[in-house]
Write a protein that binds this ligand. Sequence first.
Ligand code: AMP
Length: 226
Amino acid sequence: MRAYSSYKDIVKLVKKVDSIGLVPTMGSLHDGHLSIIKKALIKNDIVIVSIYVNPKQFNDSKDLKKYPRNLEDDLEKIKIFNNIIVYAPNDRDVYNEREEVKKYNFGEITEIMEGKLRPGHFNGVATVVEKLLVMFKPNNAYFGEKDFQQLILIKELVKKIKLDVNIIGCETIRESDGLAMSSRNKFLNKSERKCAGRIIELLGKAKKMYKTSSLKAIKSDILKQA
Ligand code: AMP
Protein backbone atom coordinates (compact mmCIF):
# COMPACT_ATOMS: atom_id res chain seq x y z
CA MET A 1 0.00 0.00 0.00
CA ARG A 2 1.35 3.43 -0.90
CA ALA A 3 0.90 6.78 0.77
CA TYR A 4 0.49 9.97 -1.24
CA SER A 5 2.42 12.99 -0.08
CA SER A 6 0.80 15.46 -2.49
CA TYR A 7 -2.87 16.31 -1.98
CA LYS A 8 -3.14 17.39 -5.62
CA ASP A 9 -2.43 13.80 -6.75
CA ILE A 10 -5.30 12.58 -4.57
CA VAL A 11 -7.66 15.28 -5.82
CA LYS A 12 -7.00 14.07 -9.39
CA LEU A 13 -7.69 10.46 -8.37
CA VAL A 14 -11.03 11.17 -6.70
CA LYS A 15 -12.35 13.67 -9.24
CA LYS A 16 -15.15 11.38 -10.41
CA VAL A 17 -15.89 9.66 -7.12
CA ASP A 18 -19.49 10.08 -5.92
CA SER A 19 -18.94 9.97 -2.20
CA ILE A 20 -15.72 10.69 -0.35
CA GLY A 21 -15.12 10.10 3.34
CA LEU A 22 -12.27 11.73 5.24
CA VAL A 23 -10.64 10.30 8.36
CA PRO A 24 -8.00 12.69 9.73
CA THR A 25 -5.40 11.06 12.01
CA MET A 26 -1.95 11.67 13.38
CA GLY A 27 -0.97 8.05 12.72
CA SER A 28 0.34 5.35 15.07
CA LEU A 29 -2.91 3.71 14.21
CA HIS A 30 -4.74 1.49 16.67
CA ASP A 31 -8.14 -0.19 16.79
CA GLY A 32 -9.87 3.13 17.56
CA HIS A 33 -8.68 4.56 14.24
CA LEU A 34 -9.47 1.32 12.43
CA SER A 35 -13.05 1.32 13.68
CA ILE A 36 -13.52 4.85 12.29
CA ILE A 37 -12.10 3.78 8.93
CA LYS A 38 -14.47 0.77 8.85
CA LYS A 39 -17.42 3.02 9.63
CA ALA A 40 -16.40 5.48 6.90
CA LEU A 41 -16.07 2.68 4.35
CA ILE A 42 -19.73 1.70 4.83
CA LYS A 43 -21.03 5.05 3.64
CA ASN A 44 -18.45 6.24 1.12
CA ASP A 45 -17.01 4.98 -2.18
CA ILE A 46 -13.53 6.15 -1.25
CA VAL A 47 -12.09 6.96 2.16
CA ILE A 48 -9.11 9.29 2.43
CA VAL A 49 -7.12 8.62 5.61
CA SER A 50 -4.74 11.42 6.43
CA ILE A 51 -1.72 10.57 8.55
CA TYR A 52 -0.08 13.80 9.60
CA VAL A 53 1.36 14.96 12.90
CA ASN A 54 0.21 18.55 12.67
CA PRO A 55 2.87 20.75 14.26
CA LYS A 56 0.46 23.69 14.64
CA GLN A 57 -1.61 21.96 17.30
CA PHE A 58 1.31 21.31 19.64
CA ASN A 59 2.04 24.01 22.15
CA ASP A 60 5.07 22.10 23.42
CA SER A 61 7.90 21.38 20.98
CA LYS A 62 9.18 18.45 23.09
CA ASP A 63 5.75 16.83 22.89
CA LEU A 64 5.76 17.29 19.09
CA LYS A 65 9.21 15.74 18.78
CA LYS A 66 8.36 12.65 20.77
CA TYR A 67 4.90 12.06 19.25
CA PRO A 68 5.05 8.47 17.84
CA ARG A 69 5.43 8.19 14.08
CA ASN A 70 5.20 4.76 12.38
CA LEU A 71 4.08 5.22 8.79
CA GLU A 72 5.29 1.79 7.64
CA ASP A 73 3.42 0.04 10.46
CA ASP A 74 0.33 2.16 9.79
CA LEU A 75 0.27 1.19 6.12
CA GLU A 76 0.67 -2.45 7.11
CA LYS A 77 -2.36 -2.18 9.41
CA ILE A 78 -4.65 -0.66 6.80
CA LYS A 79 -3.59 -2.58 3.74
CA ILE A 80 -6.42 -5.06 4.42
CA PHE A 81 -8.98 -2.40 3.43
CA ASN A 82 -10.06 -1.64 -0.12
CA ASN A 83 -11.05 1.79 -1.37
CA ILE A 84 -8.68 3.66 0.89
CA ILE A 85 -6.27 6.40 -0.09
CA VAL A 86 -3.62 7.45 2.40
CA TYR A 87 -2.46 11.04 2.53
CA ALA A 88 0.81 11.34 4.44
CA PRO A 89 2.16 14.79 3.60
CA ASN A 90 5.17 16.69 4.75
CA ASP A 91 4.65 20.15 6.24
CA ARG A 92 5.15 21.97 2.91
CA ASP A 93 2.20 20.21 1.27
CA VAL A 94 -0.09 21.49 4.01
CA TYR A 95 1.35 24.86 5.02
CA ASN A 96 3.14 27.66 3.24
CA GLU A 97 6.46 28.64 4.67
CA ARG A 98 5.98 30.65 7.84
CA GLU A 99 2.21 30.26 7.64
CA GLU A 100 0.53 31.20 10.90
CA VAL A 101 -2.25 29.35 12.69
CA LYS A 102 -5.67 30.78 11.89
CA LYS A 103 -7.23 32.59 14.83
CA TYR A 104 -10.81 31.39 15.19
CA ASN A 105 -13.20 32.51 17.81
CA PHE A 106 -15.02 29.44 19.08
CA GLY A 107 -15.88 31.01 22.42
CA GLU A 108 -16.19 28.96 25.56
CA ILE A 109 -15.62 25.46 24.12
CA THR A 110 -11.97 26.25 23.45
CA GLU A 111 -11.41 28.03 26.75
CA ILE A 112 -12.35 25.25 29.14
CA MET A 113 -10.93 21.80 29.91
CA GLU A 114 -8.28 20.87 27.33
CA GLY A 115 -8.42 24.36 25.83
CA LYS A 116 -7.33 25.80 29.14
CA LEU A 117 -4.46 23.34 29.52
CA ARG A 118 -3.19 23.54 25.94
CA PRO A 119 -3.32 27.16 24.76
CA GLY A 120 -3.55 27.45 20.97
CA HIS A 121 -4.21 23.72 20.54
CA PHE A 122 -7.74 24.02 19.18
CA ASN A 123 -6.86 26.81 16.74
CA GLY A 124 -4.13 24.48 15.43
CA VAL A 125 -6.59 21.60 15.10
CA ALA A 126 -9.19 23.76 13.34
CA THR A 127 -6.54 25.17 10.99
CA VAL A 128 -5.45 21.75 9.75
CA VAL A 129 -8.97 20.30 9.61
CA GLU A 130 -10.19 23.28 7.58
CA LYS A 131 -7.31 22.73 5.18
CA LEU A 132 -8.07 19.01 4.79
CA LEU A 133 -11.78 19.70 4.24
CA VAL A 134 -11.03 22.34 1.62
CA MET A 135 -8.42 20.14 -0.12
CA PHE A 136 -10.56 17.04 -0.50
CA LYS A 137 -14.13 18.35 -0.25
CA PRO A 138 -15.36 15.14 1.38
CA ASN A 139 -19.07 14.39 1.71
CA ASN A 140 -18.48 12.99 5.19
CA ALA A 141 -15.70 13.53 7.70
CA TYR A 142 -15.21 11.31 10.75
CA PHE A 143 -13.97 12.21 14.22
CA GLY A 144 -13.80 10.22 17.45
CA GLU A 145 -16.01 10.96 20.44
CA LYS A 146 -12.89 10.24 22.49
CA ASP A 147 -11.85 13.81 21.70
CA PHE A 148 -15.29 15.17 22.44
CA GLN A 149 -14.31 18.82 22.70
CA GLN A 150 -12.59 18.52 19.32
CA LEU A 151 -15.69 16.94 17.78
CA ILE A 152 -17.90 19.82 18.97
CA LEU A 153 -15.36 22.31 17.70
CA ILE A 154 -15.21 20.77 14.21
CA LYS A 155 -19.02 20.88 14.01
CA GLU A 156 -18.80 24.59 14.87
CA LEU A 157 -16.01 25.07 12.35
CA VAL A 158 -18.00 23.76 9.39
CA LYS A 159 -20.94 25.97 10.37
CA LYS A 160 -18.64 28.97 10.64
CA ILE A 161 -16.95 28.50 7.28
CA LYS A 162 -20.12 27.16 5.64
CA LEU A 163 -18.69 23.91 4.31
CA ASP A 164 -21.06 21.32 2.91
CA VAL A 165 -19.82 18.25 4.77
CA ASN A 166 -21.37 15.91 7.35
CA ILE A 167 -19.33 15.67 10.50
CA ILE A 168 -19.82 12.22 11.94
CA GLY A 169 -18.91 11.28 15.51
CA CYS A 170 -17.58 7.77 16.17
CA GLU A 171 -17.76 5.77 19.38
CA THR A 172 -14.71 5.43 21.62
CA ILE A 173 -12.89 2.11 21.40
CA ARG A 174 -11.40 1.02 24.72
CA GLU A 175 -8.83 -1.35 26.19
CA SER A 176 -10.21 -4.24 28.26
CA ASP A 177 -10.05 -2.21 31.50
CA GLY A 178 -11.96 0.68 29.95
CA LEU A 179 -9.10 3.05 29.11
CA ALA A 180 -9.68 4.72 25.74
CA MET A 181 -7.18 3.56 23.14
CA SER A 182 -4.72 6.29 22.27
CA SER A 183 -1.43 6.58 20.40
CA ARG A 184 -0.07 8.25 23.51
CA ASN A 185 -0.87 5.35 25.86
CA LYS A 186 2.50 3.83 25.03
CA PHE A 187 4.12 6.70 26.94
CA LEU A 188 2.60 5.46 30.20
CA ASN A 189 4.77 3.38 32.51
CA LYS A 190 3.26 0.42 34.37
CA SER A 191 1.96 2.35 37.35
CA GLU A 192 0.65 5.28 35.24
CA ARG A 193 -1.12 2.79 33.00
CA LYS A 194 -2.77 1.18 36.03
CA CYS A 195 -3.77 4.60 37.33
CA ALA A 196 -5.30 5.56 33.95
CA GLY A 197 -7.48 2.44 34.06
CA ARG A 198 -8.52 3.30 37.62
CA ILE A 199 -9.64 6.79 36.52
CA ILE A 200 -12.14 5.43 34.02
CA GLU A 201 -13.33 2.87 36.58
CA LEU A 202 -13.99 5.62 39.15
CA LEU A 203 -15.61 7.87 36.56
CA GLY A 204 -17.99 4.98 35.83
CA LYS A 205 -18.83 4.74 39.53
CA ALA A 206 -19.39 8.51 39.73
CA LYS A 207 -21.74 8.29 36.75
CA LYS A 208 -23.78 5.56 38.47
CA MET A 209 -24.07 7.67 41.65
CA TYR A 210 -25.10 10.77 39.72
CA LYS A 211 -28.84 10.11 39.77
CA THR A 212 -29.07 9.43 43.48
CA SER A 213 -26.29 11.45 45.18
CA SER A 214 -25.31 15.07 45.47
CA LEU A 215 -22.21 16.32 43.67
CA LYS A 216 -20.50 16.87 46.99
CA ALA A 217 -21.19 13.30 48.12
CA ILE A 218 -19.99 11.86 44.81
CA LYS A 219 -16.78 13.87 44.97
CA SER A 220 -15.92 12.84 48.50
CA ASP A 221 -16.82 9.18 47.91
CA ILE A 222 -14.79 8.91 44.73
CA LEU A 223 -11.80 10.76 46.15
CA LYS A 224 -11.74 8.35 49.09
CA GLN A 225 -11.38 5.44 46.66
CA ALA A 226 -8.77 7.12 44.45
P1 AMP B 1 -5.43 11.03 16.55
O1 AMP B 1 -4.61 10.23 15.59
O2 AMP B 1 -5.18 10.69 17.97
O3 AMP B 1 -5.38 12.50 16.25
O4 AMP B 1 -6.94 10.60 16.29
C1 AMP B 1 -7.50 10.64 15.01
C2 AMP B 1 -8.99 10.46 15.14
O5 AMP B 1 -9.26 9.21 15.76
C3 AMP B 1 -9.65 11.53 16.03
O6 AMP B 1 -10.89 11.89 15.47
C4 AMP B 1 -9.80 10.82 17.35
O7 AMP B 1 -10.87 11.32 18.13
C5 AMP B 1 -10.08 9.40 16.89
N1 AMP B 1 -9.72 8.42 17.93
C6 AMP B 1 -8.56 8.34 18.60
N2 AMP B 1 -8.60 7.35 19.51
C7 AMP B 1 -9.83 6.79 19.41
C8 AMP B 1 -10.50 5.72 20.10
N3 AMP B 1 -9.93 5.05 21.10
N4 AMP B 1 -11.77 5.42 19.72
C9 AMP B 1 -12.37 6.10 18.73
N5 AMP B 1 -11.80 7.13 18.05
C10 AMP B 1 -10.55 7.47 18.38
